[in-house]
Design a protein around this ligand. Sequence first.
Ligand code: ATP
Length: 301
Amino acid sequence: LVQLFRPLDMLGMVYRTIRQGLIDMAEMFRLLDTNVEVADKPGAPALVIRRPSVVFDNVMFGYEKDRTILHGLSFEVPAGRNYAVVGPSGAGKSTLARLLFRFYDPQDGRILIDGQDISEVTQSSLRAAIGIVPQDSVLFNDTIGYNIAYGREGATQEEVEAAARGAALMGLIDRLPQGFETEVGERGLKLSGGEKQRVAIARTLVKNPPILVLDEATSALDTRTEQDILATLHRVAEHRTSISIAHRLSTIADADRILVLHDGRLAESGSHAELLRRDGLYAEMWLRQAAEAEQLGEAAE
Ligand code: ATP
């Protein structure tokens, strides 16, 4: 009987591996904008950006019919401001970013960029306007230079170098014997987490989008690297409209405004100081994280 089970076990493993592969592939197709649910309207114009504000106007959305995730969410990020979105796990933070990128359309309400409904403009123009720095960037098994230039078709070597400087990558590149021509390995494995993230930041700089979405950009890094990367990101976001999706509140305390999501609704919003004074959900999350950080500190001593 044991002998019979072993091949079955193996089969299970192979099945799980394939299934995981499919899930990854589905994710990849979504990223490569082949979502069949969303299509350009015939004759849709390109998004034209003068002042890149972002508005969620009563947005209602669920992935499945019977389960609403965002319940009529409304907020405005004025052009050039740096906003943060926080909230408990499952509150809908990543969903909000996916809707802004139009991986899905809301069931009700509208999302506007510079006054234009994003479902009325071409997806290519929409996606050209938004840069995403994800928590774990996908690098191609190619050179550092290629991975940076990928940000925008036709990017020149000068632009790639300027972006590498902006992302504080030149120190690393100067130390590498092959410089920009250094191969990063499969999925960028020959680079450290922080270096990979800088390549992703440089790629975004080459793209030069008026709107930035920073998705937990610093979650996988140690504190020293994190501080450096954060400083770089803040510089990059300075003259753009940005939305940072964060778990750790310490990284977004200086945002112009913090939107606190809870169960797909805007529970509170304000500056860090205002929200602490309010003594609501944000203050509670802040105190809990401070206590956790203190515990970690004690454990490390
Ligand atoms: P976290 O902080 O844990 O990343 P979040 O606030 O970003 O959470 P979302 O990822 O936006 O939360 O998810 C909101 C809800 O939507 C969750 O309950 C999640 O289970 C559900 N959800 C997310 N993606 C999908 C999907 N592709 N299909 C169905 N449900 C989904």
